[in-house]
Ligand binder design. Structure first.
Ligand code: PEP
Ligand code: MN
Length: 337
């Protein structure tokens, strides 16, 4: 339920929050430009008891949240959320580019790549230390050593970094090192993992599952937020269709649909979305044009030597050209990087 306040008096708000909690619900205070609302989120059964709050001082009305994603939806919070990770700002009129290799392969490789993407204007570094590979015989990542190398590359360049966490047990170690935690497409509905990152103190970069609907993506965000972590960035990374010319089908229509339904930032990953480096620039431009709040891009100094995802990785020069191509488009869209 949404409790719309007519008053902004701290005493009135405190009283309502206490009452919501007394009834066994979580109270989420949202102080918007136009109005202050309190979201009462919890067990759907018995929510009608919250209706009685309408008689409390300072309460204008109590209305139900109709969508199943209560915290992620725009019903409760209309204004766009901006998520800041150091110099990277995602959402509203802010746009950020996250770039780096698919996997951390060596100290030289990650530091070289971090320096290159920084020089071209990226705001954030990416790199997998724990890799979700289709085959158990493929490179699985440098694991903890990879986290240390990412941290070193981050310290040298000043770029914060995001890296994937694959199990709840890995969360404490990864959040100790990384600036943002990535949930990969294959884990989008791993509810134990979603709850674990929901209790973490880092923002979460949630990738859409390759077989998941937009509604399911939002429900996964809801799992994270309902555990107390409000900082979730959604990522469209392509879904599986009958098309075989591309690795996945990058569903760019998901961007405006998500923007309509949620206040959370939406980022596009055209590297995994297409699987081919030469499709990354056109689809990045298209992502900006349809309202994305950022891009995640795979960049490798020598893609032909990459341990994973070489065919979709941009060479540094191409990445630099892409960054230049984005600037006038961002200006048209009223966003700054
Ligand atoms: C990745 O970002 O390297 C990755 C494995 O992506 P996804 O989970 O989207 O496949
Ligand atoms: Mn990859």
């Amino acid at each position: 339920m949404i409790i719309v306040m007519s008053s902004r008096e701290p005493e009135d708000i405190k009283r309502v929050v206490a009452k919501v909690e007394e009834l066994g619900y979580q109270a989420h205070l949202i102080e918007g430009v136009e109005r202050t609302v309190i979201g009462a989120v919890g067990d759907d059964r018995g929510k009608m008891r919250l209706q009685s709050l309408e008689s409390m001082p300072g309460v204008e009305q109590v209305v139900p949240i109709l969508k199943p994603f209560k915290l992620a939806g725009r019903e409760l919070k209309q204004e766009d959320t901006v998520i800041e990770v150091g110099p990277a700002k995602f959402g509203k009129d802010k746009f950020a580019v996250v770039a780096g290799p698919c996997s951390v392969e060596s100290r030289e490789q990650i530091i070289e790549t971090a320096n290159l993407v920084k020089a071209s204007g990226a705001q954030m570094l990416r790199g997998g230390a724990y890799k979700p590979r289709t085959s158990p015989y493929s490179f699985q990542g440098l694991e903890e050593e990879g986290l240390h190398l990412l941290q070193e590359a981050s310290q040298i360049t000043g770029l914060p970094f995001v890296t994937e966490v694959m199990t709840p047990e890995q969360v404490p170690l990864v959040e100790e090192h990384a600036d943002m935690l990535q949930i990969g497409a294959r884990n989008m509905q791993n509810y134990g993992l979603l709850k674990a990152v929901g209790r973490a103190r880092r923002p979460v970069f949630l990738k859409r599952g390759m077989m998941s609907t937009i509604n399911e993506l939002l429900m996964s965000a809801e799992y994270i937020m309902s555990e107390g972590n409000p900082n979730v960035i959604l990522c469209e990374r392509g879904i599986r269709t009958f098309e075989t010319e591309t690795r996945n089908t990058l569903d760019l229509s998901a961007v405006p649909v998500l923007k309509k339904l949620t206040h959370l930032p939406v980022v596009v990953d055209p590297s995994h979305g297409t699987g081919h480096w030469d499709l990354v620039t056109p689809m990045s431009c298209a992502a900006v044009a349809c309202g994305a709040d950022g891009l995640m891009l795979e960049v490798h100094p020598r893609p032909e030597e990459a341990f994973s995802d070489g065919p979709q990785s941009l060479k540094p020069k191409r990445f630099e050209q892409l960054m230049e191509a984005l600037r006038p488009l961002l200006a048209v869209m009223g966003k700054t990087m």
